[in-house]
Design a protein around this ligand. Structure first.
Ligand SMILES: [Zn+2]
Length: 277
């Protein structure tokens, strides 16, 4: 699933490609993908261009020049791909934006766990309001990490595994199992350790590791394990720099011990039994 660095890579490329181009026609090929709408899909984009494209957590927010917004989540296998020819159609095409200069933006999703929602100018987007802190923001550090892994809505969450907490979108937005596993390796903390057992002195390194691994991945255009592609349909290059994720059975790059994979809350977590306690 695309996580923060992958979605941010897509957003940056989309800005270069799509902002300011007039949309001649928008097509919704998979109606089930549109979970919330204000107008019929094509009417929503009529006589518009993309004015702004932003990211919040793993969501992409396309703002139109009339103030309306399209919210997109890529789910497991979603991607936005630039095409200069509208006659080439992928069979997994979900929505398509044809520009008046002939180019088009294809939204493709093989497994269709993604979603689209449309909003008028002043409508709030509830799902964005429920998201936690952005790990690449200046506000994210050891003390904000301590605050978010201690309580949520006044309820203690410290009995849950730290790996599960890092991936809770309501606490920290944009982290999935790739970067949760990688950050915990760098911080020397086992994924299964309860949040209450993470020591105060370990938090600065954990916060810094999470930030750093995402920034490094962003520089490489994200991590492609299987389906993630950039807007130019090329894979991200960070996979070869992963230290634990997807490396079960292989030797730890630091100590040579075999990397283990476990299931935590239904998700895979990878760790080195020697380097992480
Ligand atoms: Zn190791």
């Amino acid at each position: 699933m695309p996580e923060l660095p992958e979605v941010e890579t897509i957003v940056r490329q989309l800005r270069n490609y799509a902002i300011g181009r007039r949309i001649d026609k928008a097509e919704l090929l998979r109606e089930s993908m549109l979970k919330r709408s204000t107008l019929p899909f094509d009417d929503f984009f009529r006589n518009c261009s993309f004015a702004k494209i932003d990211r919040r957590g793993k969501y992409i927010i396309f703002s139109l020049d009339n103030g309306s917004r399209l919210l997109a989540h890529l789910g497991m296998t979603g991607k936005f791909v630039v095409s200069e020819n509208e006659n080439t159609a992928d069979k997994h095409l979900c929505s398509r934006y044809i520009f008046d200069d002939g180019g088009c933006l294809d939204h493709i999703d093989i497994r269709r766990f993604g979603r689209l929602e449309t909003y008028r100018e002043n409508e709030s987007i509830p799902v964005l309001e429920r998201l936690g802190i952005e790990p690449l923001s200046d506000d994210f550090d050891a003390s904000s990490l301590k605050a978010v892994i201690s309580t949520r809505n006044g309820k203690t969450v410290r009995t849950r595994a730290i790996h599960t907490l890092l991936m809770d979108q309501r606490l920290i937005a944009g982290v999935g199992n790739i970067y949760a596993s990688e950050a915990l390796f760098r911080a020397g903390i086992r994924p299964v350790r309860k949040a209450s057992r993470v020591k105060k002195k370990e938090l600065p390194l954990l916060a810094e590791s999470l930030k750093k691994v995402m920034e490094e991945s962003l520089e490489e255009g994200g991590t492609t394990v299987s389906d993630y592609r950039r807007v130019d349909d090329k894979p991200g290059n960070f996979k070869e720099f992963l230290r634990v994720y997807g490396r079960a059975g292989e030797p730890c790059r630091k100590c040579g011990t075999e990397i283990k994979r476990i299931r935590l809350n239904g998700r895979s977590a990878f760790f080195c039994p020697e380097c992480q306690r």
